[in-house]
Design a protein. Sequence first.
Lengths: 324, 240
Amino acid sequence: MSPLARRIGWALAAYAALAGLPLVVSDYHTHVFIISLYYVILAASWNLLAGYAGQFSLAHHTFAGVGAYTSALLCLYARVPILVGIAAGVVVAGIVGYGLGTLCLRMRAIYLALATWAFAESVRLLIAVEYPITRGDLGLKTGFLFGTPHPTPYYYLFLGLTLASLLAIWQLVHSRVGAYLRAIRDDEEAAAVMGLDTFKWKRVAFVVSAAFAAVAGGFQGHYIGLLSPTPMKFNEMAIIIIMVIAGGFRTFSGPVLGAVFIELLSEELRAWGEVRMVLFAILVLVVARAYPAGLVGFCRAAGRRLTRSMPGLAPILTPQRRED
Amino acid sequence: MASLELEHIAAGYVEGIDILSDISVRVAPGSITGVIGPNGAGKSTLLRTIFGFLHPRRGRVTLDGQEIHSLAPYAIKRLGISYVPQGANIFPQLTVEENLQLGAWVIRHDRDRVSARLENAYEAFPRLRERRRRRATTLSGGEAKMLSLAKELVTEPQLLLVDEPSAGLAPRIVEQVYARLLAVREQGVTILLVDQNINKAVAVSDYLYMIERGEVRREGTRREFADQLREIVRDSLLGA
């Protein structure tokens, strides 16, 4: 069996294992899991760009918004089917990502972060002020993909989308392209010396991560049924970064664990309101300072400790894997 | 065999400040051409300009008559120019073999050729073969320099740009590195060598330039430089 076929098998097994969740939890909790899965796609795709390619963009949440608004506006004004609208949103986000990447990716570090942040705020303000078209902060109603706001069918959809996205990102990261991206991240000049068109590959990472964000944003828009510029504020980007850092920056499974953990914690602490962001900021500071490996590192350390005490569990707890 | 020519090159990192103000250098096919000079003379900037990291404000760079001064590094690499920067130009988290494979990126589609080139690299640097499965971060300074050089040689360049090959290395390793450069020249590769180790540069180069403050102060054959070595060393240390 080829490695790809084996991974598809694992993804299908994971789908089957998690498929029963809506049957045992409330609709509210099913909704929370859907939002967690939405964030898993955003966090994993941002980690692809920032963690593997080393390009610290602060506009990732904006691409989710671009995908969502493109689809919603096309459905509303051009009466296109929802799936066509979502596909168009992905294409538009990819094109915008290509343009933004072309403008910004020759910048380094803080300049790239500032430029992408300025772009994100500009898009948010544009959507807010163009209320005759977008309805601004009043919110733009979108059609439900399954004709109902009931979360169960959306859970199955997002579970499939998330597993497919993770599989695609895994394949990318462990392909030759992934090696190029890591080489560029580690030493861009050395990568250029070996003949890599570093700008081209950084832009590829930018476009691919924007497309993933647009997929997540497009489907989420047609699940929630209402779009507004509020989720395009910087808070949303901060949450994505917090999820990746808490889970384990530059690891494959870190963003997955981080997104689910932070989203569930956020729901538990909902009564605390905006104070949650302060708590999350402190969490990130502590993790970055004291335990940069994040939740993934914690799980691995726990697995190793358990293996030492129970050697029989070694094959299960410490399988050979390419995580980096 | 490649020939390189720089005509009246001016280049710098900041607008209005030229690190190279008027440099003309000719690298004859199949030769080792040395560039020496004091710290801050613009030696490394010269190589970075040739390899496309900097675009000259004035003048032209030609490889076998073809203008290359507006090309990006990846395009220059595809023309057969390799660049070994100062320091260890390697990916520390990758193994020695992975570094060499990345070095062969421009010929990656020809797997047989890549395998043959890697084998040649291991023959030239047996120490790297012993450490092929080790991460590059575990290599000593000398081994890292060898890997850096080997990584650029796997593509069989026509022209090799080498920046300070002896910097920070033990004398025994320095001898090996220069011996390797001479062997590479024997294979028909043209080499432009930038070095602060004047004795070594004069010993291995066929023709030399001494630059200072972005201009050529002196040029001549190895014999001419060898005859005036004491004066050249003094000029290089004190600034002419």
